[in-house]
Design a protein around this ligand. Sequence first.
Ligand SMILES: NC(=O)c1ccc[n+]([C@@H]2O[C@H](COP(=O)([O-])OP(=O)(O)OC[C@H]3O[C@@H](n4cnc5c(N)ncnc54)[C@H](O)[C@@H]3O)[C@@H](O)[C@H]2O)c1
Ligand SMILES: [Zn+2]
Length: 392
Amino acid sequence: MLITNFLIFAPVIMGPGSVNVLEAQAKALGIKKAILVYDKGIEAVGIAEKIRKPLLAAGVTLVEYNGVVPDPTDVTVDEAAKLARDNDVDAVIGVGGGSTMDTCKGVNLLLTNPGKIADYFIIPPVIPGSKPGKKMILIPTTAGTGSECTIAAVFTDTVNKRKCATRSPANQATIAIIDPDLSSGMPPRLTASTGMDALAHAVESITIIPPRWNIISELFSIKAIQDLVKYLPIAVNDGKNIEAREKCAVASMLAGSAFANTLVHLGHAFGHSIGAKLHMPHGECCGVTLAHAMDYVADAVPDKVKLVGETMGLTFEPGATAAVIGRKTAERILAFQKEIKLPTLKDFGASREDVVAASELVPGDSVFRHSPKPIEMDKIKEILGKIYDGVF
Ligand SMILES: NC(=O)c1ccc[n+]([C@@H]2O[C@H](COP(=O)([O-])OP(=O)(O)OC[C@H]3O[C@@H](n4cnc5c(N)ncnc54)[C@H](O)[C@@H]3O)[C@@H](O)[C@H]2O)c1
Ligand SMILES: [Zn+2]
């Protein structure tokens, strides 16, 4: 008998214009003094102001931190947490992409727990204990990470030069507000790469092996894949199409909730490693590795890879072999990447040497051990080279 479980990590308010509930929500939660967290990009496009206004109208005293950096570092998280602690805030409110939301999670953890963020980095299999945080409202402006609904946060460990995660009840949002209007200003490349991250979460969640696999994550992921395949190309080409933005924002949340329960595996282990070596955005490096990861794992989980392919619109001959299922699905993913104009590693300006050298980091990555099929170093190097060359 297989026993699995599924948790929804945050209540969600969603739909165009849903940030309008912020004033009422802040009052209902009794928030008096909050740290508002964002980055300079969010400030520049005027989104921070859209959040500041209703909070001030609700009578909330705001302390603001605008120093979030992509792939947030332990240094910036400790800095934001000091500001929050010094001002004795009773809530954390974040508006931005995964980097901002993860920074909020780090701040929230440090508001009710001692020390620095690095004290809480997960060193498998040990998860450091921590208490729940204060009230936290997360408002995504990209449609990719699903961080608003996950219990993990990801940081750059500047001492050991690697990405590290925390997992804590303090990482759970009190509410997530998903307003697609906020993502309508994302440029095409950011739309494509963050959307591809959501697709990778859904695909890797479906193809993970028991006991992590569960039926609710699978259903969430199927819906996320269906909507991303249909609406992400529209959002890339016409950013102001609110229906497409909404479908992508919700798909990101569904895929985030799915993988928060199952975890992701080989594609992300490859992607994190390339990203750490080349300082590439998360969505770009985890997007370009997905096809080859599916091609490799297909003989371990052929029915699940087939389900991914079918959900992306493929049909398979009866009795199709795992190798055929893997290759056709991988080719479908590559065709989708071209359709949304996701940059390749060559477009990014990476060298083949650097990409293959990222192989050293793969076995140490936090999700590597969840690959449905074991993989040796020679094969990792071979696959990273093939991802760079764009061949199988
Ligand atoms: N906690 C989780 O569950 C989880 C899951 C996946 C990824 N992540 C992490 O999330 C981070 C990546 O987050 P991301 O991909 O959302 O990007 P990001 O938060 O790093 O933002 C990238 C850039 O996009 C800009 N931006 C964001 N929204 C915009 C908008 N609406 N209009 C214009 N510009 C906008 C930002 O200003 C920033 O310059 C990585 O650190 C990754 O490891 C976390
Ligand atoms: Zn991801």
